[in-house]
Design a protein around this ligand. Structure first.
Ligand code: HEM
Ligand code: HEM
Length: 134
């Protein structure tokens, strides 16, 4: 029998993956525009849209799909909100920082620290809530 937490985990997994593929789309478009305009100074933004947005989020979604009890747990929800609120702030902040606004470094650092906190909760979540069948 599927518990409410597991059902929520399965729904959350789909949201993780759908958001991830939007980051992939944004990341490859960003890469193409960056390459066409020879603005390689923005490579870290492109790299992390793809790696923290697409790769990390799609992996989280696939893992939470396989283990929905982890995906639908409170830790899973905290992971979701910390990652998904902080990542856009970090990427937009980094973009403008590299575009000549060094004062944004603190914002980027703070948003990055929130992402790291989310990843810490992800790790704890998998150790606490991952079971062979959900
Ligand atoms: C059509 C799609 C893509 C285009 C046009 C593109 C373009 C680029 C360009 C122009 C650079 C800068 C290279 C340099 O500065 O020498 C770059 C770097 C990078 N790209 Fe992409 N990229 C694409 C897709 C991806 C994807 C899907 C990922 C990851 C999943 C990715 C990850 C990276 C990383 C990590 C770097 C930094 C590499 C380094 O600093 O050595 N890219 N990309
Ligand atoms: C909040 C988390 C993260 C922070 C704060 C962070 C920070 C950084 C910084 C400061 C650099 C050097 C950029 C430069 O050369 O100017 C870098 C490079 C890189 N990071 Fe991350 N990173 C994070 C997460 C990740 C993850 C999850 C991956 C892979 C899945 C990754 C892969 C890379 C790669 C491939 C490079 C070299 C490409 C580049 O120069 O942009 N990072 N990262």
């Amino acid at each position: 029998m599927t518990s409410d937490i597991e059902a929520r985990g399965t729904r959350m997994a789909q949201i993780w993956i759908k958001l991830a593929v939007l980051y992939l789309l944004a990341g490859v478009i960003f890469g193409l525009v960056m390459a066409s305009n020879h603005h390689f100074e923005f490579a870290p933004v492109h790299a992390h849209i793809n790696l923290l947005g697409w790769a990390s989020m799609a992996l989280a979604g696939l893992i939470y799909h396989q283990f929905p009890r982890a995906g639908g747990s409170r830790l899973g929800l905290w992971h979701f909100w910390l990652h998904n609120l902080a990542l856009p702030v970090a990427m937009v902040g980094l973009f403008f920082m590299l575009a000549g606004h060094p004062q944004l470094e603190k914002l980027v650092a703070a948003a990055s620290a929130v992402i790291v906190l989310g990843v810490l909760l992800f790790a704890i979540n998998l150790f606490v809530n991952m079971r062979p069948h959900g």
